[in-house]
Design a protein around this ligand. Structure first.
Ligand SMILES: Cc1cc2nc3c(=O)[nH]c(=O)nc-3n(C[C@H](O)[C@H](O)[C@H](O)COP(=O)(O)OP(=O)(O)OC[C@H]3O[C@@H](n4cnc5c(N)ncnc54)[C@H](O)[C@@H]3O)c2cc1C
Length: 369
Protein backbone atom coordinates (compact mmCIF):
# COMPACT_ATOMS: atom_id res chain seq x y z
CA UNK A 1 0.00 0.00 0.00
CA UNK A 2 1.22 3.50 -0.86
CA UNK A 3 0.30 6.22 1.64
CA UNK A 4 -0.06 9.70 0.15
CA UNK A 5 0.19 12.31 2.90
CA UNK A 6 -1.65 15.51 1.98
CA UNK A 7 -4.89 15.85 0.02
CA UNK A 8 -4.17 19.12 -1.77
CA UNK A 9 -3.89 19.11 -5.54
CA UNK A 10 -0.41 17.51 -5.37
CA UNK A 11 -1.59 14.64 -3.17
CA UNK A 12 -4.88 13.93 -4.92
CA UNK A 13 -3.22 13.94 -8.34
CA UNK A 14 -0.45 11.62 -7.09
CA UNK A 15 -3.09 9.30 -5.62
CA UNK A 16 -5.10 9.39 -8.84
CA UNK A 17 -2.19 8.52 -11.15
CA UNK A 18 -0.92 5.82 -8.79
CA UNK A 19 -4.36 4.24 -8.51
CA UNK A 20 -4.93 4.44 -12.27
CA UNK A 21 -1.66 2.49 -12.70
CA UNK A 22 -2.96 -0.25 -10.41
CA UNK A 23 -1.45 0.67 -7.03
CA UNK A 24 -3.30 0.36 -3.75
CA UNK A 25 -3.40 3.91 -2.37
CA UNK A 26 -4.30 5.41 0.99
CA UNK A 27 -4.88 9.17 0.83
CA UNK A 28 -4.34 10.89 4.19
CA UNK A 29 -4.96 14.42 5.39
CA UNK A 30 -5.26 16.08 8.75
CA UNK A 31 -8.54 17.53 7.50
CA UNK A 32 -11.62 15.43 6.77
CA UNK A 33 -11.97 17.06 3.33
CA UNK A 34 -9.57 17.41 0.40
CA UNK A 35 -8.18 20.84 -0.55
CA UNK A 36 -8.34 22.30 2.95
CA UNK A 37 -4.92 23.96 2.44
CA UNK A 38 -3.56 26.19 -0.32
CA UNK A 39 -5.35 24.19 -3.00
CA UNK A 40 -8.80 25.15 -1.75
CA UNK A 41 -7.86 28.84 -1.74
CA UNK A 42 -6.49 28.79 -5.28
CA UNK A 43 -8.19 30.63 -8.09
CA UNK A 44 -6.89 27.59 -9.97
CA UNK A 45 -6.18 29.46 -13.19
CA UNK A 46 -4.53 27.11 -15.66
CA UNK A 47 -2.51 29.23 -18.06
CA UNK A 48 0.93 29.21 -19.70
CA UNK A 49 3.94 31.18 -18.45
CA UNK A 50 5.12 34.22 -20.37
CA UNK A 51 8.69 35.47 -20.35
CA UNK A 52 11.99 35.40 -22.20
CA UNK A 53 12.13 31.62 -22.45
CA UNK A 54 14.38 29.42 -20.33
CA UNK A 55 13.95 26.09 -18.58
CA UNK A 56 11.22 27.11 -16.12
CA UNK A 57 9.03 28.62 -18.83
CA UNK A 58 9.55 25.55 -21.03
CA UNK A 59 8.65 23.16 -18.22
CA UNK A 60 5.63 25.24 -17.18
CA UNK A 61 4.30 25.28 -20.71
CA UNK A 62 4.91 21.55 -21.12
CA UNK A 63 2.90 21.02 -17.92
CA UNK A 64 0.22 23.45 -19.13
CA UNK A 65 -0.18 21.55 -22.43
CA UNK A 66 -0.67 18.34 -20.45
CA UNK A 67 -2.94 19.94 -17.82
CA UNK A 68 -5.48 21.60 -20.05
CA UNK A 69 -5.99 18.39 -22.02
CA UNK A 70 -6.17 16.40 -18.78
CA UNK A 71 -8.84 18.66 -17.24
CA UNK A 72 -10.87 18.85 -20.44
CA UNK A 73 -10.94 15.07 -20.77
CA UNK A 74 -11.42 14.17 -17.11
CA UNK A 75 -13.15 17.16 -15.48
CA UNK A 76 -15.10 18.85 -18.28
CA UNK A 77 -17.61 20.37 -15.82
CA UNK A 78 -14.95 21.76 -13.47
CA UNK A 79 -12.54 23.27 -16.03
CA UNK A 80 -13.64 26.36 -17.91
CA UNK A 81 -11.42 27.10 -20.89
CA UNK A 82 -12.75 30.60 -21.56
CA UNK A 83 -9.24 31.84 -22.35
CA UNK A 84 -6.91 33.97 -20.22
CA UNK A 85 -5.67 37.45 -21.14
CA UNK A 86 -2.19 38.30 -19.78
CA UNK A 87 -2.07 42.04 -19.17
CA UNK A 88 1.11 44.07 -18.53
CA UNK A 89 1.33 45.40 -14.95
CA UNK A 90 2.61 48.81 -16.04
CA UNK A 91 4.41 50.59 -18.88
CA UNK A 92 7.76 48.95 -18.16
CA UNK A 93 6.10 45.56 -18.26
CA UNK A 94 4.33 46.48 -21.50
CA UNK A 95 7.72 47.09 -23.15
CA UNK A 96 8.90 43.64 -22.00
CA UNK A 97 5.90 41.96 -23.64
CA UNK A 98 7.46 42.66 -27.04
CA UNK A 99 10.48 40.53 -26.08
CA UNK A 100 8.27 37.83 -24.62
CA UNK A 101 6.26 37.20 -27.76
CA UNK A 102 8.79 34.94 -29.48
CA UNK A 103 8.62 32.55 -26.51
CA UNK A 104 4.83 32.42 -26.19
CA UNK A 105 2.92 29.18 -25.86
CA UNK A 106 0.89 28.60 -29.03
CA UNK A 107 -1.89 29.26 -29.90
CA UNK A 108 -2.08 32.85 -28.66
CA UNK A 109 -3.44 36.15 -29.94
CA UNK A 110 -2.06 39.65 -29.47
CA UNK A 111 -4.94 41.79 -28.21
CA UNK A 112 -5.12 45.53 -28.75
CA UNK A 113 -6.61 48.10 -26.37
CA UNK A 114 -9.83 47.99 -28.43
CA UNK A 115 -10.13 44.22 -28.18
CA UNK A 116 -9.65 44.44 -24.42
CA UNK A 117 -12.39 47.10 -24.30
CA UNK A 118 -14.75 44.79 -26.16
CA UNK A 119 -14.19 42.26 -23.35
CA UNK A 120 -15.30 44.89 -20.81
CA UNK A 121 -11.84 46.19 -19.77
CA UNK A 122 -10.52 49.75 -19.48
CA UNK A 123 -7.04 51.22 -18.91
CA UNK A 124 -5.66 48.03 -20.45
CA UNK A 125 -3.16 48.40 -23.31
CA UNK A 126 -3.98 44.92 -24.62
CA UNK A 127 -1.96 41.78 -23.94
CA UNK A 128 -1.57 38.14 -24.90
CA UNK A 129 -4.72 36.06 -25.08
CA UNK A 130 -4.34 32.30 -24.60
CA UNK A 131 -7.55 30.61 -25.81
CA UNK A 132 -6.71 27.15 -24.35
CA UNK A 133 -6.24 28.58 -20.85
CA UNK A 134 -8.95 28.89 -18.23
CA UNK A 135 -9.72 28.25 -14.61
CA UNK A 136 -10.61 25.16 -12.68
CA UNK A 137 -12.96 24.66 -9.77
CA UNK A 138 -10.19 23.75 -7.33
CA UNK A 139 -12.35 22.26 -4.62
CA UNK A 140 -14.59 20.32 -7.00
CA UNK A 141 -11.62 18.63 -8.68
CA UNK A 142 -9.82 17.76 -5.43
CA UNK A 143 -13.09 16.58 -3.86
CA UNK A 144 -14.00 14.40 -6.83
CA UNK A 145 -10.60 12.70 -6.81
CA UNK A 146 -10.48 12.49 -3.01
CA UNK A 147 -13.96 10.97 -2.78
CA UNK A 148 -13.15 8.47 -5.53
CA UNK A 149 -10.10 7.25 -3.64
CA UNK A 150 -11.33 7.72 -0.08
CA UNK A 151 -9.72 10.08 2.43
CA UNK A 152 -8.37 8.95 5.80
CA UNK A 153 -8.27 11.74 8.38
CA UNK A 154 -4.99 11.66 10.29
CA UNK A 155 -2.51 14.33 11.32
CA UNK A 156 0.79 12.57 10.69
CA UNK A 157 3.21 13.56 13.45
CA UNK A 158 6.13 11.26 12.76
CA UNK A 159 7.47 8.89 10.11
CA UNK A 160 9.47 5.85 11.13
CA UNK A 161 11.36 3.63 8.69
CA UNK A 162 11.01 -0.02 9.70
CA UNK A 163 12.43 -2.94 7.69
CA UNK A 164 11.83 -1.40 4.28
CA UNK A 165 8.35 -0.10 5.18
CA UNK A 166 7.13 3.08 6.86
CA UNK A 167 5.16 3.55 10.04
CA UNK A 168 3.02 6.68 10.14
CA UNK A 169 2.38 7.91 13.69
CA UNK A 170 -0.33 10.42 14.44
CA UNK A 171 -3.84 11.07 15.69
CA UNK A 172 -3.35 8.32 18.29
CA UNK A 173 -2.76 5.56 15.73
CA UNK A 174 -0.01 3.95 13.70
CA UNK A 175 -0.41 3.01 10.02
CA UNK A 176 1.98 0.84 8.02
CA UNK A 177 2.74 1.64 4.37
CA UNK A 178 5.14 0.05 1.89
CA UNK A 179 5.75 3.42 0.25
CA UNK A 180 5.05 7.03 1.18
CA UNK A 181 4.39 10.11 -0.95
CA UNK A 182 4.90 13.38 0.92
CA UNK A 183 2.54 16.00 -0.49
CA UNK A 184 2.19 18.27 2.51
CA UNK A 185 2.58 21.65 0.80
CA UNK A 186 4.37 24.39 2.72
CA UNK A 187 4.51 22.25 5.87
CA UNK A 188 7.68 20.23 5.52
CA UNK A 189 8.55 19.12 9.01
CA UNK A 190 8.16 15.33 8.90
CA UNK A 191 11.76 14.84 7.72
CA UNK A 192 14.86 17.01 7.34
CA UNK A 193 14.01 18.69 4.04
CA UNK A 194 16.01 21.89 4.52
CA UNK A 195 17.91 21.38 1.27
CA UNK A 196 14.72 21.85 -0.75
CA UNK A 197 14.28 25.35 0.68
CA UNK A 198 10.47 25.03 0.65
CA UNK A 199 8.88 28.35 1.59
CA UNK A 200 5.27 29.41 1.90
CA UNK A 201 3.72 32.44 0.26
CA UNK A 202 0.36 33.59 1.53
CA UNK A 203 -2.55 34.64 -0.62
CA UNK A 204 -6.25 35.19 -0.63
CA UNK A 205 -9.18 34.89 -2.96
CA UNK A 206 -12.66 36.33 -2.90
CA UNK A 207 -15.69 35.00 -4.73
CA UNK A 208 -18.11 37.79 -5.68
CA UNK A 209 -21.66 37.91 -6.99
CA UNK A 210 -22.02 40.19 -10.00
CA UNK A 211 -24.48 40.88 -12.79
CA UNK A 212 -21.52 41.67 -15.12
CA UNK A 213 -20.70 39.01 -17.64
CA UNK A 214 -16.95 38.73 -18.08
CA UNK A 215 -16.35 36.48 -21.09
CA UNK A 216 -12.67 35.72 -20.29
CA UNK A 217 -10.30 35.39 -17.33
CA UNK A 218 -7.32 37.69 -16.88
CA UNK A 219 -3.97 37.87 -15.09
CA UNK A 220 -2.10 40.99 -14.12
CA UNK A 221 -0.56 41.13 -10.65
CA UNK A 222 -3.88 39.63 -9.59
CA UNK A 223 -6.27 37.23 -11.33
CA UNK A 224 -9.93 37.72 -12.19
CA UNK A 225 -12.05 34.92 -13.61
CA UNK A 226 -14.78 34.92 -16.22
CA UNK A 227 -18.32 35.01 -14.82
CA UNK A 228 -19.94 31.68 -14.06
CA UNK A 229 -23.36 31.31 -12.46
CA UNK A 230 -23.28 35.01 -11.55
CA UNK A 231 -19.90 34.69 -9.72
CA UNK A 232 -16.33 35.77 -10.34
CA UNK A 233 -13.10 34.87 -8.50
CA UNK A 234 -10.53 37.53 -7.62
CA UNK A 235 -7.22 36.54 -6.02
CA UNK A 236 -3.44 36.77 -5.71
CA UNK A 237 -0.55 35.32 -3.66
CA UNK A 238 2.18 37.78 -2.81
CA UNK A 239 2.65 37.97 0.93
CA UNK A 240 5.62 36.33 2.66
CA UNK A 241 4.36 34.82 5.89
CA UNK A 242 5.50 31.86 7.92
CA UNK A 243 1.93 30.71 8.66
CA UNK A 244 -1.50 31.13 7.12
CA UNK A 245 -3.69 33.85 8.53
CA UNK A 246 -6.76 32.40 10.13
CA UNK A 247 -9.05 35.40 10.45
CA UNK A 248 -8.49 38.17 7.93
CA UNK A 249 -12.15 39.14 7.50
CA UNK A 250 -11.59 39.78 3.79
CA UNK A 251 -9.28 42.76 4.47
CA UNK A 252 -6.40 41.68 2.13
CA UNK A 253 -8.90 41.62 -0.72
CA UNK A 254 -9.47 45.38 -0.48
CA UNK A 255 -6.21 46.08 -2.32
CA UNK A 256 -7.12 43.58 -5.05
CA UNK A 257 -10.60 45.08 -5.39
CA UNK A 258 -8.95 48.48 -5.93
CA UNK A 259 -6.69 47.08 -8.66
CA UNK A 260 -9.59 45.29 -10.36
CA UNK A 261 -11.77 48.43 -10.33
CA UNK A 262 -9.01 50.29 -12.22
CA UNK A 263 -9.36 47.94 -15.18
CA UNK A 264 -13.08 47.12 -15.14
CA UNK A 265 -16.37 48.14 -13.59
CA UNK A 266 -16.62 46.27 -10.29
CA UNK A 267 -19.27 48.53 -8.77
CA UNK A 268 -21.81 45.74 -8.28
CA UNK A 269 -19.32 43.16 -6.93
CA UNK A 270 -20.68 41.71 -3.67
CA UNK A 271 -18.26 39.58 -1.63
CA UNK A 272 -19.79 36.16 -1.00
CA UNK A 273 -16.90 34.06 0.35
CA UNK A 274 -13.24 34.50 1.20
CA UNK A 275 -10.49 31.88 1.08
CA UNK A 276 -6.88 32.12 2.15
CA UNK A 277 -3.94 29.77 2.10
CA UNK A 278 -0.27 29.17 1.51
CA UNK A 279 1.42 28.03 -1.64
CA UNK A 280 4.85 26.43 -1.42
CA UNK A 281 7.88 27.13 -3.55
CA UNK A 282 11.23 25.35 -3.73
CA UNK A 283 14.54 27.22 -3.63
CA UNK A 284 14.80 27.43 -7.43
CA UNK A 285 11.04 27.74 -8.11
CA UNK A 286 10.89 24.42 -9.96
CA UNK A 287 8.57 21.65 -8.74
CA UNK A 288 10.18 19.01 -6.58
CA UNK A 289 9.35 15.43 -7.54
CA UNK A 290 11.07 12.19 -6.61
CA UNK A 291 13.23 10.52 -3.96
CA UNK A 292 14.42 12.38 -0.87
CA UNK A 293 17.95 12.40 0.48
CA UNK A 294 18.38 11.06 4.01
CA UNK A 295 20.16 14.18 5.28
CA UNK A 296 21.04 13.00 8.83
CA UNK A 297 22.64 9.82 7.42
CA UNK A 298 24.49 11.73 4.71
CA UNK A 299 26.01 14.10 7.26
CA UNK A 300 26.91 11.28 9.63
CA UNK A 301 28.35 8.85 7.08
CA UNK A 302 29.88 11.37 4.67
CA UNK A 303 30.74 14.54 6.63
CA UNK A 304 33.16 15.49 3.81
CA UNK A 305 30.14 16.29 1.65
CA UNK A 306 29.91 19.66 3.41
CA UNK A 307 33.42 20.44 2.10
CA UNK A 308 32.46 19.66 -1.49
CA UNK A 309 33.36 15.95 -1.68
CA UNK A 310 31.36 14.10 -4.34
CA UNK A 311 30.04 11.13 -2.41
CA UNK A 312 27.20 8.77 -3.29
CA UNK A 313 23.84 10.18 -2.26
CA UNK A 314 21.81 8.20 0.27
CA UNK A 315 18.06 8.36 -0.26
CA UNK A 316 15.23 7.34 2.02
CA UNK A 317 13.93 4.05 0.70
CA UNK A 318 10.40 3.93 -0.64
CA UNK A 319 9.68 7.56 0.06
CA UNK A 320 9.13 10.36 -2.44
CA UNK A 321 7.96 13.95 -2.49
CA UNK A 322 5.65 16.02 -4.71
CA UNK A 323 5.89 19.65 -3.69
CA UNK A 324 7.08 23.11 -4.70
CA UNK A 325 4.30 23.68 -7.20
CA UNK A 326 4.41 27.41 -6.49
CA UNK A 327 1.70 29.62 -7.92
CA UNK A 328 0.87 27.01 -10.54
CA UNK A 329 -0.26 24.00 -8.55
CA UNK A 330 -3.11 23.25 -10.92
CA UNK A 331 -0.84 23.59 -13.95
CA UNK A 332 1.97 21.38 -12.65
CA UNK A 333 0.17 18.76 -10.56
CA UNK A 334 -1.17 16.45 -13.30
CA UNK A 335 2.11 16.03 -15.21
CA UNK A 336 4.26 15.90 -12.06
CA UNK A 337 1.93 13.28 -10.56
CA UNK A 338 2.21 11.21 -13.73
CA UNK A 339 6.03 11.37 -13.57
CA UNK A 340 5.95 10.46 -9.88
CA UNK A 341 3.75 7.42 -10.49
CA UNK A 342 6.00 6.27 -13.36
CA UNK A 343 9.05 6.58 -11.10
CA UNK A 344 7.48 4.77 -8.14
CA UNK A 345 5.80 1.96 -10.05
CA UNK A 346 7.97 1.49 -13.13
CA UNK A 347 11.32 2.89 -12.04
CA UNK A 348 11.33 5.52 -14.83
CA UNK A 349 13.99 8.13 -14.10
CA UNK A 350 12.63 11.45 -12.81
CA UNK A 351 13.23 14.44 -15.09
CA UNK A 352 16.41 16.14 -13.85
CA UNK A 353 14.72 19.56 -13.86
CA UNK A 354 12.43 18.55 -11.00
CA UNK A 355 14.54 15.87 -9.27
CA UNK A 356 15.10 16.92 -5.63
CA UNK A 357 18.81 15.97 -5.84
CA UNK A 358 19.44 19.11 -7.90
CA UNK A 359 19.19 21.20 -4.75
CA UNK A 360 21.39 19.17 -2.43
CA UNK A 361 25.06 19.89 -3.13
CA UNK A 362 24.76 23.66 -3.14
CA UNK A 363 22.84 23.59 0.14
CA UNK A 364 25.11 21.11 1.89
CA UNK A 365 28.28 23.00 0.97
CA UNK A 366 26.89 26.04 2.73
CA UNK A 367 26.78 23.98 5.93
CA UNK A 368 30.54 23.60 5.67
CA UNK A 369 31.24 27.33 5.39
C1 LIG B 1 -4.71 32.46 -2.95
C2 LIG B 1 -4.05 31.46 -3.85
C3 LIG B 1 -4.25 31.53 -5.23
C4 LIG B 1 -3.64 30.61 -6.07
N1 LIG B 1 -3.94 30.65 -7.40
C5 LIG B 1 -3.48 29.66 -8.21
C6 LIG B 1 -3.86 29.64 -9.58
O1 LIG B 1 -4.58 30.50 -10.05
N2 LIG B 1 -3.39 28.62 -10.36
C7 LIG B 1 -2.60 27.63 -9.86
O2 LIG B 1 -2.25 26.70 -10.61
N3 LIG B 1 -2.19 27.65 -8.55
C8 LIG B 1 -2.61 28.65 -7.74
N4 LIG B 1 -2.21 28.69 -6.43
C9 LIG B 1 -1.16 27.77 -5.99
C10 LIG B 1 -1.72 26.42 -5.65
O3 LIG B 1 -2.82 26.59 -4.83
C11 LIG B 1 -0.65 25.60 -4.94
O4 LIG B 1 0.46 25.42 -5.78
C12 LIG B 1 -1.20 24.23 -4.59
O5 LIG B 1 -2.38 24.37 -3.88
C13 LIG B 1 -0.21 23.45 -3.78
O6 LIG B 1 -0.83 22.22 -3.53
P1 LIG B 1 -0.22 21.21 -2.49
O7 LIG B 1 -1.06 20.00 -2.60
O8 LIG B 1 1.24 21.10 -2.68
O9 LIG B 1 -0.42 21.93 -1.06
P2 LIG B 1 -1.73 22.14 -0.18
O10 LIG B 1 -2.91 22.43 -0.99
O11 LIG B 1 -1.37 23.13 0.88
O12 LIG B 1 -1.99 20.72 0.47
C14 LIG B 1 -1.20 20.18 1.50
C15 LIG B 1 -2.09 19.29 2.33
O13 LIG B 1 -1.28 18.54 3.22
C16 LIG B 1 -1.96 18.44 4.45
N5 LIG B 1 -0.95 18.17 5.48
C17 LIG B 1 0.17 18.91 5.73
N6 LIG B 1 0.89 18.32 6.73
C18 LIG B 1 0.18 17.21 7.10
C19 LIG B 1 0.40 16.20 8.07
N7 LIG B 1 1.49 16.21 8.86
N8 LIG B 1 -0.52 15.21 8.20
C20 LIG B 1 -1.62 15.18 7.41
N9 LIG B 1 -1.87 16.10 6.46
C21 LIG B 1 -0.98 17.10 6.31
C22 LIG B 1 -2.66 19.77 4.62
O14 LIG B 1 -3.77 19.64 5.49
C23 LIG B 1 -3.08 20.08 3.17
O15 LIG B 1 -4.40 19.62 2.89
C24 LIG B 1 -2.78 29.61 -5.55
C25 LIG B 1 -2.56 29.54 -4.18
C26 LIG B 1 -3.18 30.44 -3.32
C27 LIG B 1 -2.92 30.32 -1.86
Amino acid sequence: MIAVIGAGVAGVMAARFLKAAGAEVLLIDRSHIPASGGSGAAGAFVSPKIGKGGPLQELTNEAFAFAHRFYRENFPDAFHADGVLRIPKNEADEAKFRDYEAFNYRPYEVWSREEAERAGLRNVPGGFFFPDAGDADAQAICREIGNGIGLRQMAVERLEARQGSWLLHGSGEVLKAEKVVLATGYECDLLDLRYLGIKGLWGSRGDYATSRKFPISLHRDFSLSSTRNGRVKLGATHVKRPHPCLACDGQPLKELEGKASWITDTSDFRLLETFCGMRSTSRDHFPTVGPIIDVPRMLEEHPSVTRGAKVPLIHHENLVILNGLGGRGFVFAPLMAKWLAQYLLEGTAVDARVHPDRLFYKWVRRLGN
